[in-house]
Design a protein around this ligand. Structure first.
Ligand SMILES: Cc1cc2nc3c(=O)[nH]c(=O)nc-3n(C[C@H](O)[C@H](O)[C@H](O)COP(=O)(O)OP(=O)(O)OC[C@H]3O[C@@H](n4cnc5c(N)ncnc54)[C@H](O)[C@@H]3O)c2cc1C
Length: 529
């Protein structure tokens, strides 16, 4: 079997945590190889609600460390990636029957000191939570909380008239799957080797090293790699990797909790997001999405097996519709749903009674199989991926004494080298340079690629210079760029993970794209041989 050289670190998993750790480690001078069995972000990291947020609801679970770390992190992340992340205002409509999740510690405390509240979430407590949310994280870029009169405002227009008052606060949006691919690209630019469609079959200690066997899932080719340290960032498969690939009996466990979203046609005419509280103590978001759509989610359902692909069941769809309809003046139904997606949260098993209550914080464990160390990643959020990577590198520091220190807080991601409020100016200058771009097209390219948009467009002076058009402004030049620079292999990679043009393309257009990519893949393989 073919053998590849020895690296310092071998990372299993090309989700946000694997790619974040690979990038951080490569930037500190370590040699890194990463294997992802599918496409980058093909599991949980493309199925999130896509918020860089402190997690307002976690305050009710007294998760102050997690909330504070995430709040501080929001602004660090905005500066690193002003193209794929941006501030968003959240509108929290208030009415007096809102209730806590009964298992939340704040609920139990309130029940003890104010039993007459009968589980209701009082107005003053929400204000207190928002005051903490505003101040815990040392906010500089994001505007503060305010009270909104819904009786005469665009934010009140789509809601039932009984909602007369709301609180408005700040969090941020992030394009989750693009975040993953930009981390992978930056890791590669710093020397890491990123292997997609490569499954780790087995990893076993061999003296002081790990011997790792992988299989290319497209060609069936098997290879052997050696590494000084193994990182298990398998997300929902973190337990499978431990038990079946590494064969370690670890004490820590993972709890799989499915979360689903529905996407509808656009339901309101402003760019703010709704934070909706349900009578069951849960919350969901309704978020302006991809200009013409609204994203609604999420659910919390136990999920038994990582190999069972998560889908948004008819029951979950009904739950989300009913939840949103408690608020919307014009109710929505199954007929309004244009797309659904679902992902599995790999939560650290802290023994919580309900899926909603299980901690969203992360835990890193370092174990030794003989003298070969393995670092396991449990839980975590997109928002804390950079801090998680820093903690991971700190934890393994003793194994690499020559490694340099933390650097990612000021390390801009590819295409993000422009000011936080610079998107509109860049859209304007891109249209001046490439006058054939429509406003939608130019904005889409800037939001996806930032300052790299010019590299995608090259010397084109007219649309025809960009190769075949696949619909919705997707061209051959862009797809070729994604295949050569961003590890895209299939139409799904392009239309669902490098962007969201899947919402706009017809089946015929997708089939044409798939056929064009198959030809190009064959040509690239032939050229490499
Ligand atoms: C519904 C939902 C909503 C969420 N919303 C938010 C949010 O708004 N904000 C936020 O901050 N966080 C959110 N999260 C949490 C966040 O999405 C996850 O914590 C994060 O994506 C987990 O990343 P990961 O890299 O650990 O896992 P994954 O993204 O699942 O990556 C693990 C990867 O490992 C690969 N793998 C596994 N086994 C092997 C093997 N043997 N060989 C090779 N590869 C392997 C898998 O293919 C997979 O791609 C949400 C999660 C869900 C489910």
């Amino acid at each position: 079997m073919a053998e590849d050289g020895t690296t310092d670190i071998f990372v299993i998993g090309g989700g946000i945590n694997g790619c974040g750790i690979a990038r951080d480690a490569a930037g500190r001078g370590l040699s890194v190889r990463l294997a992802e069995m599918g496409d980058l972000a093909s599991a949980t990291s493309s199925a999130s609600t896509k918020l860089f947020h402190g997690g307002l609801r976690y305050l009710e679970y007294f998760e102050f460390r997690l909330v504070r770390e995430a709040l501080i992190e929001r602004e660090v992340l905005l500066r690193m990636m002003p193209h794929i992340a941006w501030p968003m205002r959240f509108v929290l409509p208030y009415h007096r029957d809102m209730r806590f999740d009964a298992s939340a510690p704040a609920s139990r405390l309130l029940a003890a000191v104010m039993p007459w509240m009968k589980g209701r979430r009082p107005d003053w407590l929400i204000r207190l939570g928002l005051l903490m949310y505003d101040t815990l994280g040392g906010r500089k870029i994001l505007p503060p909380t305010r009270v909104l009169d819904l009786t005469d405002s665009p934010e009140g227009a789509p809601l039932k008239p009984e909602f007369r008052k709301a609180f408005e606060y700040s969090d941020c949006w992030v394009e989750d799957s693009r975040l993953v691919v930009l981390n992978a690209r930056d890791a590669a630019a710093r020397g890491a080797q990123i292997l997609t469609r490569t499954k780790v079959l087995e990893a076993a200690p061999e003296g002081r090293l790990w011997r790792i066997e992988t299989e290319n899932v497209e060609t069936g080719e098997r290879r052997i790699h050696h590494a000084r340290l193994l990182v298990n960032a398998g997300g929902p498969w973190v337990g499978d990797v431990l038990r079946h690939r590494v064969r370690l009996n670890a004490a820590s466990g993972v709890r799989l909790v499915r979360g689903s979203h529905i996407v509808t046609r656009r339901l309101f005419d402003h760019d703010k997001c709704y934070f909706l509280q349900g009578s069951d103590g849960r919350i969901i978001f309704a978020i302006p999405y991809e200009t013409d759509f609204t994203l609604i989610g999420t659910t919390d359902v136990e999920h038994d097996d990582p190999d069972t692909p998560p889908v948004c069941t008819p029951e979950e769809q009904r739950y989300l519709l009913d939840f949103a309809n408690q608020y919307l003046a014009d109710p929505i139904s199954e007929a309004d749903i244009v797309w659904t997606y679902s992902g599995v949260r790999p939560l650290y098993d802290d023994g919580a009674s309900s899926a909603t209550a299980a901690t969203r914080d992360y835990t890193l464990t370092l174990e030794n199989a003989g003298s070969a160390p393995v670092l396991n990643v449990f839980g975590g959020k997109i928002t804390t991926y950079r801090r998680l990577a820093e903690s991971a590198l700190e934890k393994i520091g003793a194994h690499f004494p020559a490694m340099s220190g933390p650097w990612t807080a000021n390390g801009v991601l590819p295409g993000g080298d422009f000011p936080v409020d610079g998107v509109s100016a860049m859209v304007g200058s891109l249209r001046a340079e490439y006058p054939f771009l429509t406003p939608f097209w130019a904005r889409r390219l800037v939001r996806a690629y930032g300052t790299d948009a010019r590299r995608v467009l090259g010397r084109a002076t007219a649309e025809e210079d960009l190769g075949p058009g696949f619909g919705a402004t997707l061209t051959g030049a862009e797809v070729a760029w994604l295949m050569e620079n961003e590890y895209a292999r299939t139409a799904d990679d392009v239309i669902w993970r490098r962007g969201k043009l899947g919402l706009r393309l017809s089946d015929g257009e997708v089939a044409r794209l798939e056929a064009w990519m198959a030809e190009r893949r064959a040509a690239l393989t032939a050229a490499a041989e």
